[in-house]
Design a protein around this ligand. Structure first.
Ligand code: PLP
Length: 400
């Protein structure tokens, strides 16, 4: 349609949101569907956070706020970075938006010019390439390997950097693979970045708290202080604090960048919800004890899913360090015939046929830039996970 902007023609609706929507529709139509496609915890927001929001409403905290965050929330974020990451930021280096996604959008749109390149390991979170494309720049995907636990090697990073590279988007633990980089693995990457002073680092730490088996989370600006001046460290409340619907994300970095991001936000959405911001203050300053409790459950589910998927014919599923996703390869199913009579030629066919035959919704790996694979979110009840994995085993076993 000629009326629409070129920029909108370069992007597509989020495939994960589309598949989750389709699963909901099928369920509403009475089909027996188990959805393993959503990127959100199944736990409810902790009560102290809800109560803080209710109190904020009662106090009348219902007006516009400072565009990029109330001082109380910025102070809580400054404290969080110091306490959990050993990073020193001033409140003026902090920005708050309506979800991590808006903060990421602000950062990329405020910095990218046509022709700029943004390096990202693949598989990547679906929104990275599309926001880069929207901004008129070029996503440069660096494929990773199953054998390397889907982690980018320093040589691959070095080979992807050109004079046009503006950002590296780094995401550990990763959506969609759950892979998290150890300090040594991260240091090997930051050693490469130190040699390329024109490249900025956008570290998406959204799944920071969701790591298992005593894994120690680290972030680039912490591992390599020389990158501090060109790193934007991004985080949010959605995953660890079970606040996906509240919409609150934040980032810290060099002041001129933070200021530009605030300017963009002031001309689009203005402040994130005042009530949500007060809930965020409580989330960051209040008790954190529900996080290890949730993680214990997540870890058990991860182990269950990895074990059951590895018993499915044609599937190989590595055990990742964090997040609430696994990313099994389904190479062994390609070329086979599904119960419907359709030949499985791609991972997209695999997930479509799996949904049709067994009512299990997962997202195809190529949507995240690497296949043939699929993403399983285990942020759902253990009972449903067991049943879904049994169905995947049956589906794979029935392929001809
Ligand atoms: N980054 C990653 C890797 C994600 O998976 C998500 C959500 O799925 C986000 C950022 C954005 O989260 P939100 O906008 O809910 O803060």
């Amino acid at each position: 349609m000629g009326f629409l902007a070129d920029s909108i023609g370069r992007i597509k609706p989020s495939p994960t949101i589309a598949i989750t929507g389709l699963a909901k529709e099928l369920k509403a139509a009475g089909k027996d569907i188990i959805s393993l496609s959503a990127g959100e915890p199944d736990f409810d927001t902790p009560d102290n956070i809800k109560q803080a929001a209710i109190r904020a409403i009662e106090r009348g905290e219902t007006k516009y706020t400072i565009v990029d965050g109330i001082p109380e929330l910025k102070a809580a974020i400054v404290k969080k970075f110091k306490r959990e990451n050993g990073l020193d930021y001033k409140p003026a280096q902090v920005t708050v938006g309506t979800g991590g996604k808006q903060v990421l959008f602000n950062a990329l749109v405020a910095t990218l010019n046509p022709g700029d390149e943004v390096v990202m390991p693949a598989p990547y979170w679906v929104s990275y390439p599309d926001i880069v494309l929207f901004a008129g720049a070029k996503p440069v995907a660096v494929p990773t390997r199953l054998e390397d636990g889907f982690k980018m090697k320093p040589e691959a990073l070095a080979a992807a950097i050109t004079p046009k590279t503006k950002w590296l988007i780094f995401n550990s633990p990763s959506n969609p693979t759950g892979a998290a980089y150890t300090r040594a693995e991260l240091k090997a990457l930051t050693d490469v970045l130190v040699k390329h002073p024109h490249v900025w680092v956008l570290s998406d730490d959204m799944y920071e708290h969701l790591v298992y088996d005593e894994f120690e989370f680290t972030t680039p600006a912490q591992v390599e202080p020389r990158l501090y001046e060109r790193t934007l460290t991004l985080n949010g409340m959605s995953k660890a604090y079970c606040m996906t619907g509240w919409r609150l994300g934040y980032a810290a970095g060099p002041e001129p960048l933070i200021k530009a991001m605030g300017t963009l936000q002031s001309q689009s959405t203005t402040n994130p919800s005042s009530i949500t911001q007060w809930a965020g203050v409580e989330a960051l300053n209040g008790p954190q004890d529900f996080i290890p409790k949730h993680n214990k459950v997540f870890k058990e589910r991860r182990d269950l899913v990895v074990s059951m998927l590895n018993q499915s014919k044609g599937i190989t599923c590595p055990k990742p360090e964090g997040a609430f996703y696994v990313f099994p390869f389904c190479k062994g199913t390609i070329g086979k015939t599904a119960p419907s009579g359709k030949k499985i030629a791609s991972d997209e066919d695999f997930v479509t046929e799996l949904l049709a035959a067994e009512g299990v919704a997962v997202v195809h790996g190529t949507a995240f830039g690497l296949g043939p694979a699929f993403r399983v979110s285990y942020a759902t009840s253990t009972k449903d996970l067991e049943e879904a994995c049994r169905r995947i085993q049956r589906f794979c076993g029935n392929l001809q």
